[in-house]
Write a protein that binds this ligand. Sequence first.
Ligand code: ZN
Length: 495
Amino acid sequence: MPKNFYITTTLPYVNADPHIGFALEIVQADVIARYHAQNGDTVFFNTGTDEHGLKVYQKAREEGKDPQAYTDELAPRFDRLKQGLNLSYNHFIRTTDSHHISAAQEFWKRCAANGDIYSKTYQVKYCVGCELEKTESELEDGHCIIHPNLELEIIDEENYFFRFSKFGPQLLEFYKAHPDFVVPDFRFHEIKNFVENGLQDFSISRLKEKMPWGVPVPGDDTQVMYVWFDALINYISTIGWPEDEANFAAFWGTEQAPGGVQAAGKDNLRQQSAMWQAMLMSAGLPNSKQILIHGFINSGGHKMSKSLGNVIDPFVVLDDLQKLGLTPIQATDALRYFLLREISTFEDSDFTWERFKESYTANLVNGIGNLTSRVMKMAISAEIELNIADLDSQPVHEADKDYRDLLERYELQKCADLVWEHIAWCDRFIQEHEPFKVIKTDPEKARADIMILLLALWQIANWLAPFLPSSSEQITEILKNPKLENIPRLFPRLE
Ligand SMILES: [Zn+2]
């Protein structure tokens, strides 16, 4: 039954170029969004940019720019991913949008009214890379483990705090009642352990004189909100909270029927599945429905870092593919393919050009590309066509249920594996039945076999639609309008 479906990515900071890890996150979310749209659901797919905070402020100052002008220049670089990766998101939020700012202030007021915000003087080491306070046990050689090249900030001032510690028992109860709240399971265990070990209140503001680039704290113009009470609110401000109650209920859902699905990286596990959930509880709002946590992409066996010079930029990958002879559309699907099938959906994976080229040739040039042209050539020369109007009455493919089960459990890599197993099945079928030869001796049998292949190709195109949208479209087109001169060359051999 069609329904509303909401999914969001995290919001990357605008002060660096989009990297391949975020490309992975947004392509994963895109597959899930496209799958729901294909099933007739009304989809709200949100992404955007996080534009306040110390990193942005410092970088703008370094470049001698006003922070708003600086973020205005940078935000479109993220929105360009839409075309580069063929994404279907329909809302791009910037945390400097005026509606977002007023929503963040309203959210703060509700938590304050419930007694969950207080001020105190404190001294702490803070990682600007993670935007998290760090205790000694979380440091290695005095540095953040994830950001060993960043100096920790020492903060010593009076700030507002969120009473996170109060929500431990409520969070654990919530996790218990929602056994698939965090996907995959091993990340869910991780966050349960974290909450079970006891929570520390976290600071949610900064002195405005030290950090002028933030949302003003309601009722205190010496302070601005810091990171989480600003950035995380985007998940609901984007659907019009607090004014648009109908839209909020339609997409974020209710406590009984939550709707918000959030995709994030493993470095965001704590923020998404514990901090944000406690904030929602404090504000008296429904929790998220599910949190999907992907791993990191390493480059040549190493964690990507600016100092190692091995950060992979998705736009550079797309350019390089075009230099190797691909059209922009082919490059997009080739990159989507690699991210969805060759990169693990949940675990850390390695990105190397060697693997990229190998899997491109094996599974796109051969694999789906070769299958499409072989089947279409046989069908056209034997003058066999699918009756497209009849296809809706065809029995559902026996593997379709598995495909849907996998997709609904967000097992994208396994789901893509299933599609390529069927591509391989078709290749074996051609090899064993040789319809191109049999057509001369037993045309009736050959024609039946070619029809089986056409139906299989139609099914494969449908399954591929959320993963490789334009390749799927081209296969569907040639099936509808089979002419030798129109057979698409889905993926060229690399030059
Ligand atoms: Zn860090």
